[in-house]
Design a protein around this ligand. Structure first.
Ligand code: ZN
Length: 241
């Protein structure tokens, strides 16, 4: 079985379409949240995710779009964008988001936006990764939230390895080792590579493959400008930060 793992679409339709064009129809699609926020196409991205995703969990921007929860933790540009989103988003999409959960677990993997249990914590180093491993017994944890494509591996001896995958690449899953896999961001990468990021988990081959997908970010930038969203949100797309 193959699973395309996508996260942090952030209402960027051009990047979402580019990523989904790379996903074979037979692959399941796991969405780790933050479908909206920052970008100019929340309704179109929600419609595509609802059509294509096999399973979706909530991100902090999705929760804020539903009822304003957590908005006090947002920086100025994020807050401006989420207020714009709340005015733009269809009621039917809000109702759908409101029905999602913060985590989904199978025997094989756990899906959360930021971290297990502390759903909106950022896993940015081995210390926070160790806390995340301790909070769950899932052998494989899929996360987004940081917008950085990377992974942490917990060996049986308790040591943790960390590696970036900001230019794509493969990870061969080893027996007895537990993993936190960050798919990176589809719609607003922050690892100095502007190309959209996603990962594919092959449960038979026991591999994770990260891919970077170029997309027409100039079109997204023009829409951000036309919607009078903060200019910084357009600029960062070409910088990948
Ligand atoms: Zn995000």
């Amino acid at each position: 079985m193959r699973f395309a793992v996508i996260s942090d679409v952030h209402a960027n339709l051009e990047s979402l379409e580019a990523v989904l064009a790379r996903v074979p129809p037979s692959d399941a699609v796991l969405c780790l949240g933050d479908i909206v926020g920052y970008g100019p196409n929340p309704n179109e991205c929600l419609a595509l995710v609802r059509e294509r995703a096999t399973a979706t969990v909530l991100g902090n921007h999705d929760v804020a779009a539903v009822d304003g929860f957590g908005i006090e933790f947002f920086n100025d540009a994020a807050r401006t964008a989420i207020e714009w989103t709340r005015g733009a988003i269809d009621a039917d999409h809000v109702a759908w988001l409101d029905g999602l959960s913060y985590e989904l677990r199978t025997d094989d993997y756990l899906m959360v936006h930021g971290a297990p249990v502390e759903y909106f914590t950022y896993i940015l180093n081995k210390r926070t990764a160790a806390q995340a491993f301790a909070a769950t017994d899932a052998p494989l944890v899929f996360v987004g939230h940081t917008h950085l494509a990377d992974y942490y591996a917990l060996a049986p001896d308790g040591s943790i390895a960390h590696a970036h995958r900001q230019h794509g690449g493969t990870l061969e899953l080893e027996p007895g080792v537990r993993y936190i896999v960050n798919a990176g961001s589809v719609g607003q990468p922050r690892d100095l590579n502007p190309d959209a990021s996603f990962a594919t988990y092959d449960s038979d081959a026991r591999t994770i493959v990260w891919e970077r997908v170029p997309y027409a970010f100039a079109r997204t930038q023009a829409k951000i400008e036309a919607a009078h969203l903060p200019a910084s949100l357009a600029r960062r797309l070409e910088l990948g930060r």
